[in-house]
Every structure is written in structure tokens, then in C-alpha cells.
Design a protein around this ligand. Sequence first.
Ligand code: ZN
Length: 245
Amino acid sequence: MRWDALSRRLRWAAAAGPRRLLGPRAPPWAAAAAAWPSPSSSSPPSPASCWSCGLALPPASPPPRFFCPSCRALQPPEPRADLFRLLGCERSFQVDVGLVQQRFRSLQRALHPDFFSRRPQAEQNFSKQHSSLANKAYRTLLSPLSRGLYLLELNGVELEKGTDAEADPEFLSEIMEINEKLSDANNDAKIEEMENFIAAKQEELIKDVSRAFEHDDLQEAKKYLAKMKYFANLEEKLKKKKIPS
Ligand SMILES: [Zn+2]
């Protein structure tokens, strides 16, 4: 229910667009404020004060606080910003990809370094930091693999480097077999067949990971994400094969 309400409000905001809401000459801070219309239940970060005027800043409730309400100076990104919160999502494996794209674009527009070229150097630097953080959040949340790994990380679970030891021998021999088939695929039809096969396997794993997260079973999620990593590698190999040499 809450999610529906949130998406409706965001869709409305995206349709109206910060510029149309505020007029074509609205300053970037106004666009940033308009891009984040909805509160949610994430924990508020600790209070801080404006680097420019020293005003104690109100707690940033879910939309991250970008500007000082008094002097309008762009504030630095929060240390260890939650990438879900940054893009207005709940911490969940299930994300609305369309919504993530919308929020990323609003953020990109509002905090683009071009808007700050005449502002003090500190704000220019902050806008670059915000932009690269927004890019990172977008990349992380868009791909199911990195989204899942990030969720694990937020919960203090890490995927060991070189997960071979954890994977079961049966799975590893399946991967070896697919690898062989992939190297042998020497025409378009065979490559397409492999592509479909790998995509279907990934879809299946996305469902497995999703189910594990729904049940708060992080170890199970970790197991499937480790497998997803193998298929992501296969997908990369396949892409390279498709590039005509
Ligand atoms: Zn200020």
C-alpha cells in the first residue's frame, strides 16, 4: 500500500517535472527539493550543520538533504550514504526499475556539476561527489547481482573472493560444461541458443535470490548470488564473442 502511494507520488512528480513545477528559471536547489516529494520510514541520520553558514541542519528525512534551507548552499554527501535511500527506494531486492531510473534522472539533473560552475569551489566539488554517488547508486541498484550483493553488504554478509570453495561440485561442473559449449559455439544460431540458455538461468536465479531475501534468509541469498556471479561471467564471455573480430 505504502509502496503504491510512493510510486504514485513519484510518478506525479516525474510527470510534472521539477522545471515545470518551479518554472524554467528555478535554481537547481529548487529542482532537487521538488525531486524528493515523499517521506518514508528510513532512520534519520545524525544532525549536522551547514558548512557555509553554520546553521544546524534539520534531520534529512528520507530524501537526502542536499541544500541548506537558510543559505541554499549545496551540502556534502553523507558519509556512507545508503544507495537505496539515495534513489528513494526501500531496502529490498525488489525494486521498481522504472522508478529507479526516474529518480536517478531527477538527481542527475538537479545536482549536475554544470549548475554549480559559478558557485564556490566547495559546492562544485560536492556536486561532483553527489553526481558520482548517484551514478554508483544507479549502477548498483539496476543490476540484480550488484543490488543483491549490496543488500548482503548492508546486512554485514560478504561474498568471499573466489567462491569456488563454497560452490558445490555439481554446479561447478555444470558451469564448466556451459563454458565448453560457449567456446564451441561457432555460429550465430549456436550463440543465440547459448544466450537464451544463460538468460533463462539468470532469470531463475533472480527468482531464487528474491525468494531468499523475502524470507530474510541471507545465507540462502548469498548462495544464489554466488551462482549468479558465474552466470554474469558467462554473459560477459558471450558478449565478447558476439563482437565481430
Ligand atoms: Zn547554510
